[in-house]
Design a protein around this ligand. Structure first.
Ligand code: PHE
Ligand code: CO
Length: 290
């Protein structure tokens, strides 16, 4: 996910200057590979008809269906052929400028550890299942691959404007928790959703959250929660439109406007919003009452 502030300010021992580390694929245990297989199998059965066709195509291109945690070298070779991206391992969260520089140069940074068996459904730190199964299939899509690289360049620019909080919301509500309107209906593509057994149903079917048509500035005004299912999802009309609007818009004046406007809460609805499904917010209310 990489939207939280980091702890370290220089690469830890064993990491390169760009913070990458070897994946050490040989060091995974049978138990760890088996954990990947369980997670993968659950999502493979759940995602057809829910995930964007572009995500499902990416899973095929990358041959993710083979058993065990993927070897980044091999995965990168396939990804490189598809879109010029590769996957590199890092020790947890890296500084923002390092993260953006990797993205701008078409390197996706992934954690190499995998969650424990008792954490199958929930963990806050991105592990190799979230990072690889969640993110890498979309990176095999040429349009989305360009969007992620453009986002990396945009991140370096946002740092100069001190506007990272606003830009990070765009990442959150697209890359991590995005929905798309496809000809056959609404679909999920955000990595935080597709890698979550619970949220890949909740995001589409639950009456609780709002589902609102994507609007760039609206999204960048909206706070998000990292500790539970989202209270709002933003729906893009197509990946091409997402890429077009983000690349063609100069964010500098937007950042200046956002500086003067108040933030919105995740459950707020504005009169100008195009609300596709109005949420009851029952789930969030119940959680708050517990
Ligand atoms: N157009 C953005 C800017 O002016 C850069 C960007 C592109 C950001 C794509 C995110 C995604 O900063
Ligand atoms: Co993520």
């Amino acid at each position: 996910m990489q939207t939280e502030s980091h702890v370290l300010d220089k690469p830890p021992p064993g990491a390169a200057d760009d913070w990458t580390i070897p994946q050490d694929w040989e060091r995974y245990t049978e138990e760890e590979h088996a954990t990947w297989d369980i997670l993968f199998d659950r999502q493979r059965r759940q995602l057809p008809g829910r995930a964007s066709e572009r995500f499902l195509a990416g899973v095929d291109v990358l041959k993710l269906s083979r058993p065990g945690i993927p070897d980044f070298e091999e995965l990168s070779a396939r990804l490189m052929d598809a879109t010029g991206w590769k996957v590199v391992a890092v020790p947890g969260l890296v500084p923002d400028d390092v993260f953006f520089d990797h993205l701008a140069n078409r390197r996706f940074v992934a954690g190499n550890f995998i969650r424990r068996r008792d954490q199958l459904d929930y963990l806050q730190e991105p592990d190799v299942f979230h990072d690889v199964f969640g993110h890498v299939p979309m990176l095999a899509d040429p349009t989305f691959a360009d969007y992620m690289a453009a986002y990396g360049r945009g991140g370096l620019r946002a740092l100069e404007f001190g506007a990272l909080d606003h830009l990070a919301r765009l990442y959150w509500y697209t890359v991590e928790f995005g929905l798309i309107a496809e000809p056959d209906g609404m679909r999920i593509y955000g990595s935080g959703i597709v890698s979550s057994h619970g949220e890949s149903v909740f995001a589409l079917d639950d009456p609780s959250p709002n589902r609102i048509a994507f609007d760039l500035k609206r999204v960048m005004r909206t706070n998000y929660r990292i500790d539970d299912y989202q209270q709002v999802y933003f729906v893009i009309p197509s990946f091409e439109e997402l890429l077009r609007v983000t690349v063609e818009t100069d964010f500098a004046p937007l950042y200046a406007e956002l500086e003067r406007e108040s933030d919105l809460g995740p459950a707020d609805v504005l009169p100008e919003d195009v609300v596709l499904t109005a949420g009851t917010q029952d789930y969030a209310r119940q959680k708050a009452a517990e």
